[in-house]
Write a protein of this length. Sequence first.
Length: 376
Amino acid sequence: MSIPFIDLKAQYARIEQTIQDNIKKVLDHGQYVMGAEIKELEEKLAEYCGTKYAVACASGTDALTMSLLALGIGRGDAVFTSAFTFFATGETIAMIGATPIFVDVDPRTMNMDCEKLQEAIDKVKAEGKLKATAIMPVDIFGMPCDYDAMMPIAEAEGLKVIEDAAQAFGADFKGKRCCSYGEIGCTSFFPAKPLGCYGDGGMCFTDDEKLYELLLSVRVHGQGKDKYENVRFGVTGRMDTMQAAILLPKFDLFPEELEKRNEIAAYYNERLGVSEEMAVPFIPEGLKSCWAQYTLIAKDEATQEKLVKALQDASIPVARYYPLPLHMQKAFDYLEYKPEDLPVTYELSKTVFSLPMHPYLTKEMQDTICDTLLNA
Ligand SMILES: *Cc1c(COP(=O)(O)O)cnc(C)c1O
């Protein structure tokens, strides 16, 4: 039995005809850029996330960059974020000229620790070199951050919030969906994300009409009243019409797939929760992950190595997110962090590992994976 880490072929088999029809429609109408499918997708997804506006774009990275630009963030600004994330989170902050301030995470949720966030804000203010401007929380592996703790801090300190929900489309924090937190929420439709297209894609979500208009402008080179007037700097951030045509039928399957992901996670939790060698994902009361990853925390580095090797020996795909947190990445050397500056993040980088997770995983496959781990 071969177990895929994610199974996009099983999903494609269910919607093959619709996908092909939709692609043909785009080829026939010829609006490869900003065709009608873009608006349709934006409206559907904004409604799903509970925001007034959505702006489709070329990637999750562009969604973050466009949000930073729309909010006027740049040189001299401090943006507080997590180091336990994909590189793009910190990269976009640095690329637009601002300074990422990496905050340590909670050892159970692996999301930003809000007590440490407050400490980091106080430190930046006391030093007086940078202006504390924004927070970029990351809903890691599809689990929402603690917004009950974070949003009051943002409000009290006058900080903007750009939610990096690249992994969290469909996740839910106490009845309010991810992508809807802060001034702008951002997601990614990279094929491996819970809702993925067949290439690169992303989206920004907001309730603020002014920000919506700014996002439309920065999506196309800071466009003014027409193509040939440019009033600010932006990016080439449009989503291809073809990707929107692919996402529409995939979005129809999404609610059912999300249910399946939750059932699969619950079964992993049930079977692996008994082990003392690893901790299963912690699910805070009232929160719903969309399970972009199912990530276990081994009790120490040696145990992680042993468990990962057992899976590899059984030809079961396994991933390690993230062996090099952002504060340890070469590109961020100039910020002069030491690995131990973020002790929880550093420890997690050596103990986490992720199992196959997708809606088409069978109980038989899950049993093989769990037996392998429990017998290791
Ligand atoms: C995937 C991802 C991104 C970037 O999305 P792309 O569509 O690949 O550009 C940003 N942040 C996080 C947390 C991600 O997982």
